[in-house]
Every structure is written in structure tokens, then in C-alpha cells.
Design a protein around this ligand. Structure first.
Ligand SMILES: [Zn+2]
Length: 295
């Protein structure tokens, strides 16, 4: 690795704020090590709501899409990352029984071949060695998160192929693709028990009661990145998304030092690799560093 050609990480996310709640400490850690980190945000979060009671006001609702861009700009600075919007429109989280149809023109309804094009272009321009995204269930079942998974896998495979999207730049093959595995049952249970042991009330009790063990993905974790010293940066980035986060809510209910002690990593599944990188591992660039130097 030379200064002229640093390692590069691309994190693909659905909405502004997702980058700060999933893998943010990992990104801050790699930025501190001199890695270039880019966040691709598929949608503008236009259909999100105001989740911070202190900001649930008509003047905020009126210019929410604009405010979310300002919040994203602040979070980007806190994390020290580069960031681009890919230009799709938030699908919203459909609620009700039966579920209402998705709104016309939204990200989740764009055919994947077309929806992946801006990401292919970004991959060929930014040339990431490693890409992170969500698993096939989206991490949680928001249609934009599932679509984010689909376009990421599609673009990972297509970006290096000269016959696909030939108009979008020179081919570039990323070396590793990861799925975010941050919210697993063992982690939530461990934090829950640590909070109870300290004599406090746990915010996770209800989650744990309703958790279907069948849906737990922890057995798929291959990669645990130690990044506890960057948890405070992650929290500061989350706070920058002021309309999306209740500072008195569940996100911040578990004391930082408990998290650092009980679960000091952010966790991932290595989904694809074109380099030799035996798992388990503790570095998203394992097997990549030597490869990049040799080239
Ligand atoms: Zn989201």
C-alpha cells in the first residue's frame, strides 16, 4: 500500500443514518488507519419519519428531505468518510394487514439491473477493494434494505465484467463482499445481561422476548472487527442524524463502557471473496493487503 494507492472500503446503505447505526465504528477505525472509506446511500430517506420527539414539529416535517441531507453531511464529517447519494427514492416501510402496495417509482420497485447501474459506476470510479452491504433479508425487513442487498451483490459481480454496463467506465473487480451482522441474538443477550447485572433496567427485554431464534444469523458471522475505541465516534455520528434518533431512546440505553467491555467488535459475514482469506478473521482487508502491494 502506498500513499498514492490506499486501501478503499465502500459501504452500501439504504438510507441516510443507516451508515451510522451499522458498521460505523468499523469505518471510523479504517479511516484512522488511512483507508479511504466511501458510503453509498441508495435513497434520500424521503419517506422516513421524525423519530426524535424533540424535533417532531411542523417546520421540521416540512423540509425533512433537506434536513436529512444536512444531517448526513454532519455524520460524514464525524466519521471522516466520503459519501454519495445514488439518487433513488425511499420506498417507506409498508405497514398494515394486508400490506399496502409500494409507492410508484420507489427504489424497491426499480428493476435490479437498472437499480444497480449507479453503484456499478461508483465502484468503477472509486475502485473499492472491499464492499459491505446487508444480508438477503436486509438485516431487517425494510424493502429498501432488501433492495440494497440485491443491487450490491449484482454490482459486485458486474463491475469487473467488461461485457456488462460497458458505458459506465473501466471494469473494476472488488475483492471481498461482506454482509453486516451487527444485531445478533448473542450480542443483544450479552448486553441485556450485562445491563441487568449492573442493576439497571434493560431496554432489550421486549426485543429478546419476541426474538425468533430461527431468524438469528449469528452462526453466519465470519469476521469480528475490534473497534470499541470508535464506539463514541459511532454514537456522535448517530446523534448527527438528529431527526432519526431519540437521544433518550434505546440506542443509547446501554452504557458505552458496557458495550466496549461486553461486545468490543462489529461483526460481518464474508459473503464473497476473490482472494485467499481463511475465516474466522478480524480484518475486512485480510488477504487484501498483500494482494494490493503485489499489484
Ligand atoms: Zn434504513
Amino acid at each position: 500500500m502506498t500513499e498514492a494507492d490506499p486501501l478503499r472500503l465502500l459501504a452500501v446503505h439504504a438510507h441516510p443514518d443507516d451508515e451510522s447505526s451499522k458498521g460505523a465504528a468499523t469505518m471510523a477505525k479504517y479511516v484512522a488507519e488511512g483507508v479511504r472509506v466511501m458510503v453509498a446511500t441508495c435513497t434520500g430517506g424521503e419517506r422516513g419519519s421524525v423519530l426524535n420527539p424533540a424535533l417532531d414539529r411542523p417546520d421540521v416535517w416540512e423540509r425533512l428531505p433537506e434536513i436529512r441531507r444536512e444531517e448526513m453531511a454532519r455524520a460524514r464529517e464525524v466519521l471522516g468518510v466520503e459519501q454519495e447519494f445514488l439518487g433513488f427514492v425511499d420506498s417507506g416501510l409498508p405497514e398494515g394487514d394486508p400490506l399496502p402496495p409500494l409507492p410508484e417509482g420507489c427504489f424497491a420497485l426499480v428493476p435490479t439491473e437498472e437499480a444497480a447501474a449507479p453503484l456499478v459506476e461508483l465502484i468503477r470510479r472509486f475502485k473499492p477493494h472491499v464492499i459491505t452491504t446487508y444480508d438477503e433479508r436486509g438485516g431487517y425487513p425494510h424493502p429498501d434494505h432488501i433492495k440494497t442487498h440485491e443491487v450490491s451483490v449484482h454490482a459486485f459481480d458486474a463491475a469487473g465484467d467488461p461485457d456488462r454496463y460497458p458505458e459506465l467506465g473501466e471494469p473494476w473487480q472488488p475483492l471481498k463482499l461482506y454482509y453486516q451482522m451487527g444485531f445478533t441474538l448473542p450480542r443483544t443477550r450479552a448486553l441485556h445481561e450485562a445491563i441487568l447485572a449492573s442493576g439497571k433496567e434493560s431496554p432489550y427485554a421486549e426485543w429478546l422476548e419476541n426474538w425468533d431464534p430461527e431468524r438469528d444469523m449469528s452462526h453466519r458471522v465470519t469476521t469480528k472487527v475490534p473497534c470499541a475505541e470508535y464506539f463514541a465516534v459511532r454514537d456522535a455520528a448517530l446523534i448527527a442524524h438528529a431527526t432519526q434518533i431519540d437521544p433518550n431512546g434505546r440506542w443509547f440505553a446501554c452504557p458505552l463502557e458496557v458495550q466496549q467491555r461486553i461486545w468490543p467488535t462489529e461483526d460481518y459475514e464474508l459473503a464473497r471473496s476473490v482472494v485467499d482469506s481463511p475465516v474466522p478473521e478480524d480484518d475486512l482487508f485480510a488477504g487484501v493487503r498483500s494482494e494490493v502491494v503485489v499489484r
